[in-house]
Design a protein around this ligand. Structure first.
Ligand SMILES: C[S@@+](CC[C@H](N)C(=O)[O-])C[C@H]1O[C@@H](n2cnc3c(N)ncnc32)[C@H](O)[C@@H]1O
Length: 253
């Protein structure tokens, strides 16, 4: 795995959009167990616990350092546990699997076999609900960038960041690359890691095709984060018109 150079900056960034990440909590019923896949330092679980304190929470992460930090931050809470082994035993027990900002990391750092194992764990384990919130673009974003916006960006953005980005992903004249750059240019502290990470590994259409027939969509929303829209407007005078994120709640039929 590509090392996180500053864990505290990484985790505080993750914690920022907590409220948005809890979108599913008022849309579920009879859930007794929530598995938070890729729980990092447990910030999201602690927020979930404030909303629904009668649930048993299991945070799963393959980064042992994160698990150690998460355990330290949740010592006083008996209904929250952490593990670095995927908790299959909890499925089929009024359970929800939460995948928040994790799918793009799986694709960035796992082998093809591990990605397949991931989707099998998600959909073949028997969770009653699967909640997804991640960066995701539709196929229609794969077009040429608006030339005026392209010009604004290359004149105002950091030249070294543009060079690094285009070296990894190709020209900013492609609208998918343009949006991808706008999503990561702020992350200068962990830039060497972030620039290589694929924020859009699968399209919205590909994600929807993964849903097996025994699940139905209980909620879906595609959108651009208001914070991202406003910071990009402020920094470059660019108005983002495409959706960059998805919130999806699936329920087993
Ligand atoms: C971008 S952070 C998201 C943290 C949190 N879910 C949130 O939304 O704030 C992704 C987390 O997923 C974890 N992760 C990445 N690949 C993983 C894998 N294959 N198995 C388990 N955890 C993984 C990382 O260690 C990291 O803590």
């Amino acid at each position: 795995m590509n090392q996180i150079s500053d864990i505290s900056i990484y985790t505080s960034r993750m914690a920022k959009s907590c409220e948005d990440k809890l979108f599913f909590m008022n849309k579920i019923s009879k859930v007794k167990n929530i598995v938070d896949f890729g729980c990092a330092d447990g910030a999201l679980i602690r927020e979930m616990n404030k909303v629904l304190p009668d649930i048993n929470y299991i945070g799963y992460d393959n980064n042992s350092e994160m698990i150690k930090i998460a355990r330290n931050k949740s010592v006083d809470t008996s209904n929250i546990n952490y593990t670095n082994i995927f908790p299959k035993d909890i499925c089929n027990k009024n359970s929800l699997l939460n995948l928040s900002s994790v799918i793009h990391e799986i694709y960035s750092y796992c082998s093809t076999d591990e990605v397949k194992e991931f989707w099998d764990n998600v959909f073949l384990s028997g969770f009653d609900y699967v909640s997804i919130r991640d960066m995701c673009i539709s196929e229609n974003v794969y077009r040429l960038t608006n030339i005026t916006d392209y010009w604004k960006l290359i004149n105002a953005a950091d030249k070294n960041q543009i060079r690094d980005f285009e070296h990894n992903w190709g020209s900013l004249m492609r609208n998918n690359n343009f949006l991808h750059f706008l999503m990561k240019y702020k992350y200068i502290e962990n830039w060497d890691r972030e620039v290589k990470e694929n924020y859009f590994p699968i399209t919205l259409e590909e994600l929807l095709k993964k849903i097996p027939s025994d699940y139905e969509i209980a909620y879906i929303e595609t959108y651009c984060l208001p914070y991202l829209k406003s910071i990009v407007e402020k920094d470059f005078g660019i108005n983002i018109n495409d959706n960059t994120h998805v919130k999806l709640l699936l329920k087993r039929k």
